[in-house]
Design a protein around this ligand. Structure first.
Ligand code: NDP
Length: 244
């Protein structure tokens, strides 16, 4: 039987590593035409070479409005439509509020919140046209905030809130909105944290449990996008079994 994702044009942001990379590969495996976007062009090229189906790489920096507009326009120019957006690009710089380097807060807000909002905004007219789907990768940190993750959590609560407004505005046009909220996934995400105490704590948490793998979240994305048109899986929360 033909997959319902066959020949769907899907833009995946943050496809150069981790969850985005796994989602791009899983969607390609289902027959989707995947546009893999991110800043690290070499990584994207390696991914394209591994893809089982049609995949193209596009350089994207979600913190640059022109880059966002260019990529979304280029997808539509090349393939004639956009059927789904997997808005996944993100950055975590864990740290306590006391003595925080607030430049790190700005980077997270510009990437996780404003960057994601910009991509969703640029994609919306095309998703309306295709009666498509918007997948937003948020986090368990978008549901429960914790010490050491104030700014990151603020961006994830924020993007979940944005996605709910998007859902209410886009639903009348037949556009589905899906928020995916992963718990601890073994990726490069924690490597960017500059605070050594936080890095060590994250490594300890990772070692204390059977963490999720990027493919576990990719499977959730494929599940939601593969549903028949009348089914909107609006929210998926996936934690490692061992995570409190
Ligand atoms: P990775 O660090 O492996 O992936 C992050 C991706 O985001 C990279 O592909 C990176 O690509 C991209 N990215 C970062 N900044 C930008 C930017 N300015 N413009 C475009 N792309 C950018 O981590 P994960 O796979 O774990 O993270 C993916 C998403 O999942 C994030 O939104 C994260 O918050 C979320 N998440 C992760 C969890 C985890 O435990 N790992 C848990 C819950 C949510 P490049 O550097 O090439 O631009």
């Amino acid at each position: 039987m033909e997959s319902s994702l066959e020949s769907k044009v899907v833009l995946v942001t943050g496809a150069s590593s981790g969850i985005g990379r796994a989602a791009a590969l899983a969607l390609s495996h289902e027959g989707a035409i995947v546009v893999a976007a991110g800043r690290r062009a070499e990584r994207l090229q390696t991914l394209v070479e591994e893809a089982p189906g049609e995949m193209v790489a596009m350089e994207l920096d979600v913190t640059e409005p022109e880059s966002v507009d260019q990529v979304v326009s280029a997808v539509v120019a090349r393939f004639g439509r956009l059927d789904a957006l997997v808005n996944n690009a993100g950055l975590m710089l864990a740290g306590m509020i006391l003595n925080a380097d607030t430049d790190e807060w700005v980077r997270m807000v510009e990437t996780n919140l404003l960057g994601s909002m910009r991509v969703a905004h640029a994609a919306l007219p095309h998703l309306i046209e295709s009666h498509g789907s918007y997948v937003q990768v948020s986090s368990t940190s978008g549901r429960i905030s914790s010490a050491g993750a104030a700014a990151y959590s603020a961006t994830k609560f924020g993007i979940t809130a944005f996605a709910e407004s998007f859902r209410q505005e886009a639903t009348p046009y037949g556009v589905r909105t899906i928020v995916v909220e992963p718990g601890f996934v073994a990726t490069e995400l924690v490597n960017h944290t500059t605070d050594p105490v936080m890095r060590e704590a994250a490594d300890r948490i990772g070692e204390s449990m059977r963490t999720l793998q990027p493919e576990d979240i990719a499977a959730a994305v494929v599940y939601a996008l593969g549903q028949p048109d009348h089914v909107a899986v609006n929210e998926i929360l996936v934690r490692p079994t061992d995570q409190l």
